[in-house]
Design a protein around this ligand. Structure first.
Ligand code: UD1
Ligand code: UDP
Length: 376
């Protein structure tokens, strides 16, 4: 194709950089949207902060990365991550000279990429901007990461009005903040299927299915042991409970999980589910127990009660809507919260009638429109 025919001279190069499973789930719909626009050339760079869990998502959404920096190491530390991402992303930025770089959320990939862009004076757009707990150690290191990305970003794509208000409170200029909804809703529109089946789901649906996930860095150790002890008690005391637990690939999480659940009959540990599978498991489960960020949004969107096994959340929308409840990381508190929902139908039903606070599934479209209108 001739350059002039495609208007290449007017095309702007947008580079998306991400590296973990949740970022990929929320960036893939945006990649598809940007690729469909004539004014943009889209370059996808994955840092490979995650490996198998990232590639599961890219496969599910049929996205091919232009660059894979393959930085993951077993049991990587924050120092490993920061150093390796900074060095490798610099090379790609120098080669591509993008018009803008889009990062997502609060991972080390997002923070370090934004930092590299700052050093090189490349504008940054922050997807899922403005989430805050204002406790720098909770979640760790994510609260720092997202605040730092916020300082650097020229465009803040906030998922909700609440997130916008946080950004305004911090002094960000109103004209740099756009409320778009969350791209996770765009993703959910393509993943949840009426006729989905899976052998584990069939097993679990014979009783009341509890879907468990746990991976937070600050929960590894005593808090995670407390969580798992509470889950064991629940499974022992309620014979109709069937726990499905797709275990995060982090070896530290796996060691603890194996110790608690290795012999448990009605707690099934599994490899991470692909996103299509996981969203459909969510859609069918009775109750979610999680310390994840993204799953809190999905639970709210699907109207599934979720106990969040953390002391803080940057997603108060779900708490206000009633779908989420903070259950902390103490065994007794978690156990009592689960018990209440298993025994008290009214309490359970109260958490089921939720409103989706994250938009209609057109967040990617809105972000692409905003970027298009920024082209001179
Ligand atoms: C990272 C993000 C966290 C996000 C989470 C989503 C940071 C600091 N943390 O945490 O914000 O909530 O991803 O899951 O950015 N591993 C594999 N294969 C994989 C993925 C991970 O083997 O596909 C193992 C590796 O040993 C790796 C370890 O898990 O070293 C931890 O991965 P890492 O990205 O450092 O931390 P997460 O806890 O996954
Ligand atoms: N998820 C998945 N497979 C699984 C568990 C989770 O695809 O086995 C998805 C889930 O739907 C959500 C995202 O992964 O979109 C959340 O990722 P995670 O909990 O690892 O990270 P966080 O959201 O806490 O950053």
């Amino acid at each position: 194709m001739m350059i002039d025919e495609r208007g290449m001279d007017k095309m702007k190069k947008i580079m998306l950089v991400f590296g973990t499973r949740p970022e990929a789930i929320k960036m893939c719909p945006l990649i598809h949207e940007l690729e469909s626009r004539k004014r943009f050339e889209t370059v996808v760079c994955v840092t490979g902060q995650h490996r198998e869990m990232l590639h599961q998502v890219l496969g599910a959404f049929h996205v091919k990365a232009d660059y894979d920096l393959e930085i993951m190491q077993d049991s990587q530390t924050l120092f490993d991550l920061t150093r390796r991402i900074l060095d490798s992303v610099k090379t790609v930025l120098e080669k591509e000279h993008p018009w803008i770089v889009l990062v997502h959320g609060d991972t080390s990939t997002a923070f370090v990429t934004a930092l590299a862009c700052f050093y090189m004076k490349i504008p940054v757009g922050h997807v899922e901007a403005g989430l805050r707990t204002y406790d720098i150690y909770s979640p760790f290191p994510e609260e720092f990461n997202r605040q730092a990305v916020g300082i650097i970003s020229r465009y803040h794509f906030a998922p909700t009005d609440f997130a916008k208000r946080c950004l305004l409170k911090e002094g960000k200029k109103e004209e740099t903040i756009y409320v778009t909804g969350n791209t996770v809703i765009d993703a959910l529109k393509t993943t949840v299927q009426k006729d989905f089946t899976h052998p584990e789901l069939e097993w679990a649906k014979a009783g009341r299915m509890v879907l468990l996930t746990a991976h937070r860095r600050e929960n590894i150790g005593e808090p995670m042991e407390n969580i798992f002890r509470a889950v064991c008690r629940v499974a022992e005391e309620y014979p109709d409970i069937r726990v499905v637990y797709p275990v995060h690939k982090n070896p530290s999480v796996r060691r603890i999980a194996e110790r608690y659940f290795g012999q448990a009959e009605r707690i099934h540990m599994m490899e991470p589910l692909d996103v299509m599978e996981f969203h459909n498991f969510l859609n069918h489960c009775y109750l979610i127990l999680t310390d994840s960020g993204g799953i809190q949004e999905e639970a709210s969107a699907l109207g599934k009660p979720a106990l969040v096994m953390r002391n803080t959340t940057e997603r108060p929308e779900g708490l206000m809507a009633g779908t989420l409840k903070l259950a902390g990381t103490e065994e007794e508190e978690i156990y009592q919260n689960v018990k209440l929902l298993l025994e008290n139908g009214d309490e359970y039903q109260k958490m089921c009638f939720a409103k989706n606070p994250y938009g209609n599934g057109d967040a990617s479209q809105k972000i692409a429109d905003i970027l298009e209108s920024a082209i001179k």
